[in-house]
Design a protein around this ligand. Structure first.
Ligand code: 13P
Ligand code: SF4
Length: 300
């Protein structure tokens, strides 16, 4: 009953404010299935944000996603329902760190995961997501790139490409916790298990998986019907959301929660639309350069 009251209020507020809600795949099912207008991985949300015609975008996701939406559609009001929805990867690197990397490796292009602040994007040549990292790197036509800040994503991509990758020591606090031993134990306990791992997991975890891809890649794999019993080595809401869409698939549920994503709740979204808070803006001194890095990625 508490959910339905918030859901009804949010649907009415969306009309009143001429707002759309973009929700990442790690949002809880009542957000993902009941109030979101658009759902997807980081890449899909960036593309959709660019196309929004409504006046207001509510980002049911984390701060870097809201900043990306603002950069790509600057005339819109972008709201992030919780100021605490950050990201351990975004927190792992600053613009000054990127300048130091450039000084250490002169002339080597900087490929930056979208899980970063606009300041860091502004110091970069091009952005990537987990869904397009290899294509972005190979689009540059160089032998060597700096790839920041996710060390594990960079190491996982390095296994798929001939391009040499210089890494940074950032990690996703959700995916770094998985271990190869647990995956072997789950396989032993659940015969026929198909294991899908996000590329933010350590390489030794990805090596134990049958498939690795972005959250959208995992959704497509499950929708393809190739597996009757799956383990998604990623954030917990991913399985919850897919289980609603695919009752025929059995989801084995060990997972890790992202505390940042979980700051977004129905009541936070409702309050955000009632009070038009918290509005996300990007410093004009970095906005144009940060936008260019994202637009270069979207053009690949
Ligand atoms: P994708 O949805 O792009 O795979 O990103 C995962 C993630 O950790 C987002 O914070
Ligand atoms: Fe950041 Fe990891 Fe949470 Fe995604 S799941 S927002 S990468 S901490």
């Amino acid at each position: 009953p508490a959910f339905s009251e918030d859901i009804a209020a949010i649907l009415a507020l969306k009309e009143k404010r001429n707002a759309v809600i973009l929700a990442h795949n790690y949002q809880t099912p009542e957000i993902f299935h009941c109030v979101a207008d658009v759902t997807g991985d980081s890449l899909a949300l960036a593309r959709k944000a660019q196309e929004v015609e409504a006046d207001v975008i509510v980002m049911a996701g984390v701060a870097f996603m809201a900043e990306t939406a603002k950069l790509l559609n600057p005339s819109k009001t972008v709201l992030l329902p919780s100021v605490e929805a950050g990201c351990s990867l975004a927190d792992s690197i600053t613009a000054a760190d990127v300048r130091l990397m450039r000084a250490r490796y002169p002339g080597v292009p900087v490929v930056t995961y979208v899980n970063t602040s606009a300041d860091v994007k502004a110091e970069s040549d091009i952005c990537c997501t987990s869904g397009n990292a290899r294509q972005v790197i190979e689009s540059l036509g160089v032998d060597e790139v700096i790839m920041i800040p996710d060390e594990f994503l960079a190491q996982n991509v390095a296994k798929e490409t001939g391009v040499k990758i210089i890494t940074w020591k950032g990690h996703c606090e959700v995916h770094e916790r998985f271990t190869p031993e647990e995956i072997r134990q789950w396989r032993a306990a659940w015969p026929g298990l198909v294991v899908l791992a996000h590329p933010e997991c350590p390489p030794e975890v990805v090596a134990e998986a049958d498939f690795s891809g972005s959250t959208a890649g995992m959704s497509e794999f499950v929708a393809s019907g190739k597996a009757g019993r799956v383990l998604l080595v990623t954030e917990c809401s991913m399985s919850d959301n897919l289980a609603v869409e695919h009752p025929e698939v059995e989801f084995v549920r060990p997972c890790n929660l992202c505390p940042h994503m979980k700051h977004i709740t129905l009541s936070a979204i409702r309050k955000s639309l009632e009070q038009m808070e918290v509005e996300v803006t990007v410093d004009p001194s970095v906005a144009d350069r940060a936008r260019l890095s994202i637009e270069r990625m979207l053009a690949v």
